[in-house]
Design a protein around this ligand. Structure first.
Ligand SMILES: [Zn+2]
Length: 377
């Protein structure tokens, strides 16, 4: 059996539902120690993280990823137990198969093979691994980055193993992600009997034209790397349930996915200006879950592009679409962060899987990237 497949299976067997690691990192560390990696572990609030590094020279190439998975959902909807790795019809099934235990396995085996073939390489290799990516992500990668920042350790190149392939394996590399800014907006009115409009102030009527204005606002036009910033309402709640009562307030939850042509602070000001134009009595509670990050086309993007091309003959799209990732934290101490991994079509779903034929190709692509950066082939 392919050793990457065997390791992926050993990881899938662990029920590491976020933020639990359930022993996954011990499996990885056991493989890294004999290779000469120095390991530092941070345990915090039920989260397990480690940073491993071999060598002290530049350039430093770090592989980053997470051992936690999302809950499986109703187990009886799965064709096989989500925590018993199962090979069927050319696929490996199990929670985390695509997001992202196969990538973790490929990190390890690509490093093992690279070191065996090129023991005298230049530079250093690192791994930055957390069990808090799928959850709130407050004690995960961000803590490891803080630790490195404190001692002024920077990363030259980082490859995040998120499942970025879209339609075909190898078709997409992510070189950035949009920022995410959420808010809970409460607009106050005056509650009262629906039959006495002179005694009430209907907050739903008050907010309606402001929502229209917000929907029609162009926040920016995007740029070469990002689509334009999008503003979306996810929830609106008002009403007492009674048909003869005008409610006292309306609550609106919304979110921005924003490009590097904008900033969270600017967006907050723009929204509050619009709400003020409509003379609303409001309170707003912002929560900023991630700045956008961007690695411009250049060295690391080329390395990934060429590695994929040489192994599977595909030229990937370079894209910044999708949700946030831990790349946003790593970008703080690393100018070049890219993400590449298996197909994302089944992630977080029932019957999550990875194609068996992609497992060793993924390992070969990571290994080729190691070779390009650390022995300059
Ligand atoms: Zn993931």
């Amino acid at each position: 059996m392919s050793k990457t497949l065997a390791l992926a299976k050993a990881l899938i067997e662990r029920k590491s539902i976020t933020p639990s690691d359930d022993g996954c990192q011990a499996i990885l560390v056991d493989r890294l120690k004999p290779l000469g990696f120095n390991i530092e572990t941070i345990h915090q609030n039920g989260v397990t993280n480690f940073y491993a590094r071999k060598g002290s020279a530049s350039p430093l190439l770090v592989f980053a990823g997470h051992t936690d998975v999302v809950p499986p959902g109703p187990i009886d909807l799965w064709d096989s137990d989500p925590f018993i790795p199962t090979e069927k019809e050319g696929k490996l099934f199990g929670r985390g198969a695509a997001d992202m235990k196969t990538s973790l396995a490929a990190f390890i085996t690509s490093i093992e093979d690279f070191l065996e073939q090129h023991p005298n390489h230049q530079g250093s290799i690192g791994l930055l691994i957390t069990s808090d990516e799928e959850g709130v992500a407050t004690d995960g990668t961000v803590r490891l980055v803080e630790m490195l920042k404190k001692r002024n350790e920077t990363i030259d190149y980082c490859i995040v193993g998120e499942p970025t392939s879209n339609q075909n394996f190898g078709d997409t590399v992510k070189n950035g992600r949009r920022g995410s800014l959420s808010a809970k907006l409460i607009v106050k009115g005056i509650q009262g009997h629906i039959a006495y409009p002179e005694k009430i102030k209907n907050p739903i009527h008050e907010i309606a034209p402001a929502i229209d204005a917000l929907v029609k606002t162009t926040w920016d036009n995007g740029n070469e790397y990002f689509p334009q910033t999008s503003w979306q309402i996810s929830n609106i709640n008002a009403g007492t349930g009674a048909t003869n009562v005008v409610p006292g307030h309306v609550e609106v939850l919304f979110n921005f996915r924003y490009s590097t042509s904008n900033s969270a602070d600017d967006l907050k000001v723009k929204v509050e200006n619009i709400l003020n134009e409509y003379h609303l009595d409001f309170s707003i509670d912002w929560s900023h879950s991630g700045k956008p990050y961007l690695t411009k086309k250049g060295y690391l993007v080329d390395v990934l592009n060429d590695s994929i091309n040489e192994i599977i003959g595909i030229s990937p799209d370079i894209s910044t679409t999708g949700g946030t990732s831990d790349g946003r934290f790593i970008a703080d101490i690393c100018n070049q962060v890219v993400e590449f991994g298996p197909l994302n079509e089944s992630i977080h779903k029932i019957n999550e899987h990875v194609f068996l034929e992609h497992i060793d190709l993924l390992k070969n692509i990571y290994q080729r990237a190691l070779e390009k950066i650390l022995i300059k082939i």
